[in-house]
Ligand binder design. Structure first.
Ligand SMILES: Cc1cc2nc3c(=O)[nH]c(=O)nc-3n(C[C@H](O)[C@H](O)[C@H](O)COP(=O)(O)O)c2cc1C
Length: 324
């Protein structure tokens, strides 16, 4: 019997209500956004990547990135560094802050991160990656997962090897972004590499890359991956998880209306204000407002007006035109 496409999934000791996960995104997947995604149907949410080195030196902002809100669990905290001891210490801090899962970043293509030996540079050092995974696994009680890519360059498929390395070192699941590091977040997704990784895996593999709807999620699950990671499609529509879930179970997936989406954005601003304070919360939302308003009438003037807002009341007054 084949497993249903949408299903509960166990990552180590953590039971996920479904196999649709929010992919970690720096500058985007903060606590406020993760709550919206959890409410929007994600079975697992993941923080922005947090520097283990910064935690080691007591960086306040990095510690703030570990803070989770009650409505977002189960939540994974993603950490990065090339130093196993430092990662182990950071994992202890993340667990103390309430992380349900520790995720290790082995896929970031940003040059500064790679030069430090972290992110996707770890894909070329499987022994070091294994060391990091096993040190982190030994330092915490919560499950540990790893996110990596198919390779560094097009045509390279390191995924089956990395799946084995990670699961032997004690990882409870992996996420595979089906594009090479050199392509960052664009270009085709390598479904064959996903299938090879899934075949090599004893632990669940979340296939990630380019999933915006149920058909694309189905294509990932058809490779044998147990779950799907969704990144950018959630950025201005955290309800995309429910839409995909509905599509996978044969229901018609009604796309979220603009009024509904702007209602979510207002809720995002309220949650952000609770975390950072009203003015700072609104300032942090400035780089995202363009996504949320995309395609709406008078979007560019509303976006420009948003840049000067200082209070939630002003934000509500500006955005109310879109919620009716
Ligand atoms: C703005 C942005 C920030 C990202 N930050 C991270 C990160 O912190 N950690 C990580 O593992 N991947 C990060 N990614 C990669 C995503 O998790 C995901 O693998 C990628 O966007 C492909 O999925 P998608 O096509 O569904 O967006 C980021 C991607 C974007 C677009």
């Amino acid at each position: 019997m084949t497993a249903p496409l949408l299903r509960q999934l166990r990552v180590g000791s953590v039971e996920l209500k479904n196999n649709l996960a929010l992919a970690p995104m720096a500058g985007i997947t903060n606590a406020a956004f993760r709550v919206l995604c959890a409410e929007g149907g994600a079975g697992l949410v993941v923080t922005e990547m947090v520097s283990a080195e910064s935690l080691k030196y007591g960086n306040k902002r990095s510690f703030q990135m570990l803070e989770l809100l009650p409505g977002e669990h189960p939540a994974a905290v993603q950490l990065f560094s090339a130093d196993p001891a430092c990662m182990a210490l950071a994992a202890v801090e993340a667990e103390r802050a309430g992380a349900d899962i520790i995720d290790i970043n082995a896929g970031c293509p940003v040059r500064k991160i790679m030069r430090s030996g972290a992110g996707s540079a770890l894909m070329k050092k499987p022994q070091l990656l294994a060391d990091i995974v096993s040190r982190v696994v030994k330092s915490v009680k919560v499950p540990v997962t790893v996110k990596f890519r198919v390779g560094l360059e097009p045509g390279e498929n390191l995924a089956p090897l990395l799946v084995r390395v990670c699961q032997e070192a004690g990882a409870s699941a992996v996420t595979l972004h089906g594009r090479p590091a050199s392509q960052f977040h664009s270009g085709p997704v390598d479904y064959d590499a996903m299938a090879a990784a899934a075949a090599a895996a004893k632990v669940p593999v979340f296939g990630n890359g380019g999933v915006e709807n149920a058909d694309q999620a189905r294509a990932v699950l058809a490779t044998g991956c147990a779950g799907v990671g969704v990144g950018r499609a959630a950025v201005f529509n955290p309800a995309v998880f429910s839409e995909i879930a509905s599509g996978l179970t044969g229901g018609g997936a009604e796309p979220a209306s603009p009024a509904f989406r702007i209602g979510l954005f207002l809720r995002f601003l309220e949650l952000n204000a609770g975390i950072y304070g009203e003015e700072h919360g609104l300032a942090r939302a400035r780089k995202l407002v363009g996504y949320w308003l995309k395609g709406l009438p008078n979007a560019s003037s509303a976006r420009a007006a948003f840049m000067g807002l200082k209070t939630l009341k002003e934000a509500r007054e500006l955005l109310i035109q879109y919620t009716r």
